[in-house]
Design a protein around this ligand. Sequence first.
Ligand code: 13P
Length: 255
Amino acid sequence: MIRKKVIAGNWKMNKTAADGAALAKDICTEIGRETGVDIVLCPPFTALESVGRTLEGMAIKLGAQNMHPEKNGAFTGEVAAEMLRTLYVTHVILGHSERRAYFGETDALINQKVLAALANELRPILCVGETLAEREANQTLAVVQRQIEGALAGVKPEQAISVIVAYEPVWAIGTGKVATTAQAQEVHAFIRGLLGKLHGTAAAQKVRLLYGGSMKPANAAELLAQPDIDGGLVGGASLEARSFVELVRAAVAAR
Ligand code: 13P
């Protein structure tokens, strides 16, 4: 089974509307046409519209970094699925470790968001991963299992194939410490096995599993060559056209 590779750029809290559009334009110049790899740009909410306009007619998709599970209402500061849909957003990052750590997001809340995203035809990019303390306590697989089972509760097998899962060891995010390919592949294989138990092997074989955490052009080829690593969720290296384009090219070469 050949899974289409995915390179998603998580810009986090970086880029104004104008700077984001300029970056998207530079990326489009290089790799805006069909590459054989799914490419997703995830700017902050305030740059979704300008980046979306820049991506019009291009083979690059638009993603948000978060979403509220309710349809609308008194949730000051929050953004609903329909609001994203009207800006041509197709993907949404959910459960990022920064949301879990700094904004108290629980597996139960992330589960509500995943269900709401799927109900609104947005593809969740569900993030999971252990902290350094959890890894050192040999808790990695147990933590990842709890996060996946929690976030995907009530998701049907036919919906599960639209979910993209990103394994992002917290200790590798923004630290320059990348997981070894063996460490990453071990967890990815575990996740695919777990998805098989939850949704059946056929569905699990279709789900794309991304690695995230200090991914850059220098380490991408090796990570992307692993049998269960289907792409990357990239932070720092997605903020410049040159490094992001190189990552996409690495994914194209790894197909
Ligand atoms: P870095 O690539 O900057 O380590 O960030 C990874 C990440 O958190 C992507 O969501």
